[in-house]
Write a protein that binds this ligand. Sequence first.
Ligand code: MG
Length: 377
Amino acid sequence: MEQLLAKYAANPLQTRGRKHVESPPTGRSEFQRDRDRVIHSAAFRRLVYKTQVFVNHEGDLYRTRLTHSLEVAQIARTIARTMSLNEDLVEAISLSHDLGHTPFGHAGQDSLNTCMQNYGGFEHNIQSLRVVEVLENRYVDFKGLNLTFETREGILKHCSLKNAATLGKLGMRFIKRHQPSLEAQLANVADEIAYNNHDVDDGLRSGLINLEQLTNIPFFCEQLERVRSSYPNISKTQTNHEIVRRMINVSITDLLSTSQQMVNRIDPSSADEVRALEKPLIGFSEPFIEGQLAVKRFLSEALYRHPRVQRMTEQATEVVTALFDAFIEKYDGMPDEHAQLARQSHKETGIAGGARIVADYIAGMTDRFALQTYEEL
Ligand code: MG
């Protein structure tokens, strides 16, 4: 059954279209087609072996980029349905938002950015876009996945002004300080809800952080007290799960009511009117933002800078840097297809062109493939 859409939702019948013109899909909408193409892409399958915080081989129960993307899609779809926004579009954006992530999470992305400093830098959002626009190689008629403007708009969450200037229509909103669709705004905030909560969950499971530390954060303390008074005899693991579950619930509830209020107040008459606004309409209440900030500060100090995570970070930097240095020195260190591309790109635009292909190759690696290639060097 067709979902009833609000007047400010993205309507697939009014899509701004695809770069390469295709006939309309039958039996599914344009955004469903985008979602399906993402799911069938190679980059999507590789997400299963890419890390969020913990390196993939640390344990089987931690989040990977794939499970993270599925959680983002779940949260975003729930909210989209309640607000009569386009579920298919938020799903397509959520599932593709991390396609450009390097191996080893943020550590990998930071070191690749450092390696690429003299060659135009490396931004994972732009890389996600590059994956769906150029790097996926599945269709005879076009490069990439040829997704609609709306999905690509959502993938490009942030981008530097310098890069925005090179991205045509998609980059325009960063220059004009305009907003993306409500669906894009929603996928972005759902990403935040997902990673804050699952990092707490993974942190607790790994033992790198503990419940007692969390009592310093008012936001958690409240939930912890409720859980402990309702269920005084449950195990530590059950307590952890119960708290994280409630935290996600509280986050979604706050986001929903705050966003719906903002939307009602502004009452945009179309998706384009949303885009022309100066501020996003999807967001949390002020007190909730404060609470979230405390969680983020805590995670950054206690988890992301934990000596064990730090060691993984150092290893990631070493691996990514070594791979980059080796391949930029000798393109033939890469498989034929990539080596050829690098030589051709180097011929056309100089060493920055070659470096970009090297960065594409490394960014596409899974954690374990990067480690294996590093050992072989
Ligand atoms: Mg994400």
